[in-house]
Design a protein around this ligand. Structure first.
Ligand code: MN3
Length: 294
């Protein structure tokens, strides 16, 4: 099971120019075929379903730790979308003034019509995420090879999202995830190397552009974030370090397996109510609730 912390993995700056179309583009990194929902669900099912794990415990622990980290990635992308959507309509509980009018040309109207100006499990074109994005064959080599490709395709999407959206909020999120996704690419490369002897690291980077080209990613790599695989449990999943060791294939720095720091990241933003969407309640109900909850 997953033990949850009410923190974001990295601090996101307030957007300079909130934009529903920026938010729509970023949805690809959440609910796209190669988005964070896909990495979460692939590794989650692979870890639930792994048989004979006594003999292959380090691989189980590796996939389980990465699966858990992906939950925090979904959270991070969702908050970036929510922050990019904040301030894009009028905070006015009077429907006659058409407070949602600024959203009428947004390319993803679900953010406003189906949600309280917030992220949804869908891609950049409004296609819902679906379970066919999960590959869980039960064969360790096949699944690790799939995971390696999944992370490389996810990296390509992150780079293109970065190239599409300039807002510092989105770029802080993408920069951080380029580094953490990079860790997962190397982790699956190392796993395939331990399993088969093939030097998968020689293929990297895919696409052939270094994380150090992205200032928001480089800042994290300068602090060594690309060398750390986290044990996402106080006591369990301890053997991933038998795979995550040796030099980083791109810059040779020593890989380290460690606990997530207790003060990791930043407090979760508490975004203000949007009364025009009755999110979370219509103003009269809210006033009444506050009276009754005293
Ligand atoms: Mn991820």
């Amino acid at each position: 099971m997953i033990l949850r912390m009410d923190r974001l993995l990295v601090e996101l700056p307030a957007p300079k120019n909130p934009s529903p179309n920026d938010a729509a583009a970023i949805q690809e990194l959440l609910g796209g075929k190669y988005g964070e929902m896909s990495t979460l669900m692939n590794y989650t099912f692979q870890s639930f379903n792994m048989r004979g794990r006594k003999e292959i415990r380090p691989f189980y622990d590796l996939i389980a730790n990465i699966a858990t980290e992906e939950y925090g990635h979904i959270e991070l992308v969702s908050y970036a979308i929510n922050m990019l959507l904040t301030g894009t309509t009028k905070r006015d509980p009077d429907p006659v003034t058409a407070p949602l009018e600024p959203a009428k040309d947004a390319r993803n109207s679900y953010h406003f019509l189906a949600a309280g100006q917030a992220a949804l499990p869908m891609d950049s074109q409004g296609n819902w995420w679906n379970g066919s994005y999960v590959t869980c064959t039960g064969n360790l080599k096949a699944d690790l090879l799939f995971n390696f490709n999944l992370e490389c395709q996810a990296r390509a999407n992150k780079i293109r999202a970065y190239e599409t959206v300039k807002d510092p909020c989105a770029r802080a999120m993408v920069g951080y995830l380029l580094v953490r996704g990079g860790v997962h690419i190397v982790a699956y490369a190392k796993a395939l190397e331990k399993l088969t002897g093939v030097d998968v690291g020689k293929l990297l980077p895919i696409p052939d552009v270094s994380n150090k080209k992205f200032p928001e990613a480089k800042a994290h790599e300068d602090r060594g974030l690309h060398t750390k695989l986290y044990q996402f449990s106080p006591t369990d999943y301890t053997q991933a370090g038998k795979i995550w060791n040796g030099p980083h294939p791109e810059d040779g720095k020593a890989l380290q397996f460690e606990h997530l720091p207790k003060d990791v990241g930043a407090p979760v933003p508490d975004l203000e109510a949007e009364p025009q969407l009755n999110a979370p309640l219509d103003p009269d109900t809210m006033a009444d609730l506050l009276k009754r909850m005293k």
